[in-house]
Design a binder for this molecule. Structure first.
Ligand code: HEM
Ligand code: HEM
Length: 195
């Protein structure tokens, strides 16, 4: 299997980064809704589910950085033949997916009032206790964490988490299935096979 992308296929590194991210997105939803639906507040399970959500989200942040570096370093495989509208939609879709891979971890991290116990391994200090928060938010904007957290949480949960993110991913997966079963082209195979 090729390590780097070619004009025909994603290479093994791009494939790993892509599918690990997909699994982590699924995990971020499972952990946060497990917490909402199946645990009582202030129990150890509730706390562990939250901490797993935070840890998975931080992992996505790390992976997206590696992914962007890798994307810049090698070519992007050609899109399968299609209309210019289809190609434009594909580009907009891919850039929007990159955007949510950045916006979700950032809004999640800066809007959370607890430290992240990264997979119970080490602590990542909460945004509120960093110098950046003091410089930009409390001294710069002159607002408290409580005031800052409200709009950030609204973006993370009510706009992005509940609607935009899963709709984009569902649209993206539906497009892959459309290519596989209706257009019968190599789009999905580029991300799965080595040939
Ligand atoms: C790509 C990464 C992420 C995704 C897709 C995601 C998605 C979500 C979703 C769907 C919710 C629930 C919305 C609702 O209330 O119905 C949520 C809540 C939350 N997220 Fe994230 N999130 C991500 C990353 C993060 C990160 C990195 C942090 C913090 C370090 C974080 C902190 C939180 C917190 C504190 C809540 C509220 C928890 C609760 O109400 O039980 N998230 N997120
Ligand atoms: C059921 C899940 C998924 C399927 C079936 C799927 C399938 C695919 C396929 C077939 C491609 C290649 C498209 C092409 O080059 O024409 C692709 C690319 C891509 N996917 Fe997914 N994907 C899934 C989940 C996700 C998730 C969860 C994300 C991120 C949130 C994501 C982000 C991307 C991005 C950004 C690209 C473009 C890669 C690049 O060129 O840099 N995908 N996906």
């Amino acid at each position: 299997m090729m390590i780097k992308n070619t004009s025909q296929n994603y290479g093994s590194i791009a494939k790993w980064l892509h599918w690990v991210t997909a699994v982590l997105f699924l995990a971020s939803y499972c952990t946060v809704y497990y917490r909402h639906w199946f645990t009582e507040e202030k129990t150890p399970e509730n706390w562990i589910a939250l901490q797993l959500h935070l840890s998975v989200g931080v992992s996505i942040a790390v992976i997206v950085i590696l992914r962007i570096i890798w994307r810049v370093l090698n070519r992007v495989p050609d899109l399968e033949p299609g209309t210019s509208l289809e190609h434009t939609m594909a580009h907009i879709g891919h850039y929007s997916l990159y955007a949510i891979m950045i916006i979700m971890p950032v809004t999640g991290y800066i809007g959370t009032g607890v430290n992240t116990e990264f997979f119970m391994w080490f602590d990542i200090p909460k945004f509120e206790s960093t110098q950046v928060f003091t410089m930009i938010v409390s001294d710069g904007l002159g607002i408290s964490f409580k005031e800052f957290e409200k709009p950030v949480d609204f973006i993370h949960k009510d706009i992005m988490g509940v609607w935009v993110v899963w709709m984009l991913i569902a649209g993206h997966a539906a497009a892959a299935l459309y290519h596989q079963f209706v257009k019968k082209d190599r789009t999905l195979r580029k991300m799965t096979n080595s040939r």
